[in-house]
Design a protein around this ligand. Structure first.
Ligand code: AMP
Ligand code: MG
Length: 339
């Protein structure tokens, strides 16, 4: 299959027309969002959704997020809309925020991975919402990478993984947030944070009060444990390099990196110049958003450099830092060294 790429920033009408035509025909299209690129298909058509799992090589028990363009599109997908979801949607949507509720019968088990719930998001990206609106369908869309590799933050990375596997990629430039959406479940009370992302725990708690942070956000799931979010049990965001997170100040980090042979450092902006080993930067030490925007790119750069052993600076876990830490700790296979 030939994979066509259309740039929506320069060919807006053509991008919308072509993506709508394919999506209505039950095909899979790579689309830009503010978080990461998505592999989208008609969420109401089982055969279309199955093609996503094939293109991605995704295990079928890992459910997909359904993307909508307007709040009115939520009701048909769920049994009822909890009061807190209305408050959250009103305050944040469109946003990098996915909310889980009990699903309606219209949502197939193929989308929900056989769970009784469905995850729904209204993306902030104007391009993503325009694509949804122009085909007039809710779109199931996981990240547009092959299962197990880092989520793609630009169209080239989507092409690298999906060339020959899907008919169309819409190029909307670099993703602003750079990590996947916040996922929070309202199928239980108090609500449970399953994955941190661009809408922070602090912002949500200020609005709706108590939120339980699922163990898997910060810790490795025990062997055989049932994951609240099936995606959490799969290996994720893993570059080929062996990464260890180093919890220390910069001087100790520098000493460690320079005391061993062939270390590549994953460090903050401005630190590269102070290190004598090879290094890749991933944003400002005090700005979680600049870290999230860079992290997956930085992981891919480590692979391109042929890095074998990587020591990574540790982000703090406040605000957007929690989302960064959650991805980095998985990339590091949960290896942390405190010095
Ligand atoms: P991705 O599609 O790559 O952004 O991943 C979506 C994440 O949301 C995965 O970790 C899924 O396991 C999780 N997810 C989607 N739907 C549900 C659901 N109904 N219940 C729990 N987790 C879900
Ligand atoms: Mg993913």
């Amino acid at each position: 299959m030939e994979t066509v790429v259309i740039n929506i920033t320069t060919e807006y009408e053509k991008a919308l027309e072509k993506s709508a035509e394919l999506l209505k025909n039950g095909e899979v299209v790579g689309i830009p969002t503010e978080t990461v690129y998505g592999l989208a298909a008609n969420a109401l058509c089982e055969n279309a959704v199955k093609k996503i799992f094939v293109a991605k090589g995704r295990p079928s028990d890992n459910p997909l997020i359904v993307h909508i363009a307007k709040f009115e599109d939520l009701a048909p997908l769920v049994k009822e809309i909890p009061e807190k979801v209305k408050v959250m949607a009103d305050a944040f949507w469109p946003a990098p925020l996915t909310m889980i509720m009990e699903k309606s019968d219209r949502v197939s088990n193929v989308v929900s991975g056989n769970l009784p719930t469905v995850a729904v998001r209204m993306p902030k990206s104007d391009y993503a919402r325009a694509i949804i609106e122009s085909c007039g369908l809710p779109l199931a869309a996981p990240s547009a990478n092959l299962s197990g590799s880092p989520s793609p933050t630009n169209a080239k990375y989507v092409y690298d993984d999906m060339n020959g596997r899907i008919p169309l990629i819409i190029d909307g430039g670099n993703c602003e947030i750079g990590v996947e959406s916040t996922v929070i479940s309202f199928a239980e009370e108090p609500p449970r944070l399953l994955r941190p992302g661009g809408v922070t725990l602090e912002e949500m708690t200020a609005l709706i009060g108590e939120i339980v942070v699922d163990d898997a956000v910060l810790n490795k799931l025990e062997e055989g444990a049932v994951a609240s979010s099936p995606g959490m049990k799969y290996k994720h965001y893993a570059p080929s390099a062996d990464i260890t997170i180093i919890k220390s100040d910069f001087d100790c980090f520098k000493n460690l990196c320079e005391s061993e042979e062939n270390i590549t450092a994953l460090c903050f902006d401005g630190e590269k110049e102070k290190l004598s080993c090879k290094s890749v930067t991933y944003g400002d030490e005090n700005d979680g958003y600049s870290q999230s925007a860079r992290l997956f790119d930085a992981l891919r750069e480590l692979d391109e450099l042929g890095a074998k052993k990587v020591y990574a600076r540790c982000p703090n876990t406040k605000g957007m830092g929690l989302a960064v830490y959650n991805r980095l700790i998985r990339a590091a296979g949960f290896k942390i060294k405190v010095i």
